[in-house]
Design a protein around this ligand. Sequence first.
Ligand code: NAP
Length: 312
Amino acid sequence: MEIENVVIIGSGPAGYTAAIYAARADMKPLLFEGQRLGGQPGGQLMLTTEVENFPGFPEGLMGPEMMEKFKKQAERFETRIVSEDVTEVDFASRPFKIKAGEQEYLAKSVIICTGAQAMWLGIPGEQEYQGHGVSACATCDGFFFRDKEILVIGGGDSALEEANFLSRFAKKVSIVHRREELRGSKIMQERAGKNPKIEFIWNTEVREVLGDGTSMSGVRVFNNKTNEEGELKADGMFVAIGHKPNTSVFKGWIDLDEKGYILTKPDSTETSIEGVFAGGDVADHKYRQAITAAGTGCMAALDAERWLADQE
Ligand code: NAP
């Protein structure tokens, strides 16, 4: 079986940037774009609207369009892309073993860029009404809520961004936050604050999604300041409470932090296993931006290239 120089797992900004650099260093990378690990190929930008903060695009562009460009650039330098999820790895000895679909692959080095995905509240009714009012992606589902009343859960930038986006369609958007102080950035807070369709419901926890079995009609809530329970009427609920890293496949093989993010060495993308590198949100709970993911994807390719050169 052929032994790959470098296998890249993941197809967000980190994965494709790693691929572009590895391909241009003649490493002939093989990239698994994944179906399930990161939700879908292309990662979280596939669920974003306008990206306005990626340098080099002064007019901004849509997240999915940006990922199409990343992919094209990686393909231009002959990255081989496999549309499979990696389901198993074996990092016990080199070459490393990677299983995807029915096939096993061997690799001298691996770059993990599997990103992170949206978290859910884990309350009754949430799963039942997914696709029938409950969503974690305004870009995907906002269109279905024209002239409706929507709740957005969370108090960070994601919640504020989702609320602003949804206000284009909705009659009213209520941001339900468990505290009375937002975590999101000043500029996003101002934008939401000025939006006449957006209102805030403070100190409120959503406890259950209510409905008639076919579509949601509202939620049961608890005010943690007054200890009162109540109901809010709503046609839709968008959950925007943060993300978790896609690392289940790597558990037990490499060191992870308490939240499951991959631990890398200081000023490096090296993981606890020599020859395995990590870039992007899977190893970053702090910055989590497309540009920082691309940056650490580039670092991972350079680290892998230098490590391979040292081996040979
Ligand atoms: P976040 O900053 O971690 O915020 C998560 C929010 O959800 C917090 O307000 C948190 O409440 C709340 N929350 C968490 N678990 C909850 C639960 N079980 N029940 C109810 N509420 C819960 O996550 P994020 O908003 O996804 O942002 C992540 C990072 O991406 C940030 O660095 C952000 O700046 C960045 N981002 C940037 C943009 C942009 O610039 N356009 C857009 C999106 C995200 P507490 O505040 O009480 O903890």
